[in-house]
Design a protein around this ligand. Sequence first.
Ligand code: GTP
Ligand code: MG
Length: 195
Amino acid sequence: MVIKNVNLETVCGITSKLPKNTLPEVAFAGKSNVGKSSLINALVNRKSLARTSGQPGKTQTINFYNVNEEMYIVDLPGYGYAKVSKEVAAKWGPMIENYLHTSEQLRMVFLLIDLRHKPTNNDVQMYRWILSNGFSPVIVATKADKIKRSQLQKQLKLLKDTLKVIEGVPIVPFSAVTKAGRDEIWELIEEYALT
Ligand code: GTP
Ligand code: MG
């Protein structure tokens, strides 16, 4: 996709109502600090449109980015970050669930997993939940630049085995540093969400 314009159109906090969008939506889910915002910036060729941080828990809202008046990229709050208050932590799950459950325009959900680590119980839950709600999941194995080439297959196997990835679910190794995987992600979006 050629990015002509992109803007953060809607920000939803815990108490805000979700927008009734009419364009297709593609959402990005994953543990806090896994690289969701960095991936979104890479997709739309902007350095700091989606705010990134070395500190986990940066994105605490559901952010809708309008791309070319053609579709929305949806940045979901990261889960599994221990240091937010219990009150906030307890609301994130239902907030994400409610969005995945009620959005009429959501076409596909990308689940981001840090390629360096074994997926957590939260990751496994999120993966199952995406499947059981009938969404077409794509797994993005993030921070691929941080592992040695010789470790790639081993880490991908750990990811597949832990999540019990079923056949046909694409797994895309990605790096926000080298942009490896970016084109493949756009191809998948165009194939599953925009046709
Ligand atoms: P929350 O908003 O807290 O849920 O985090 P997030 O998933 O949006 O992560 P974010 O994009 O803010 O990235 C977290 C940290 O990881 C930042 O310091 C990024 O620079 C770094 N990071 C993200 N992607 C990559 C990558 O592909 N390679 C490397 N080396 N670092 C990355
Ligand atoms: Mg973020």
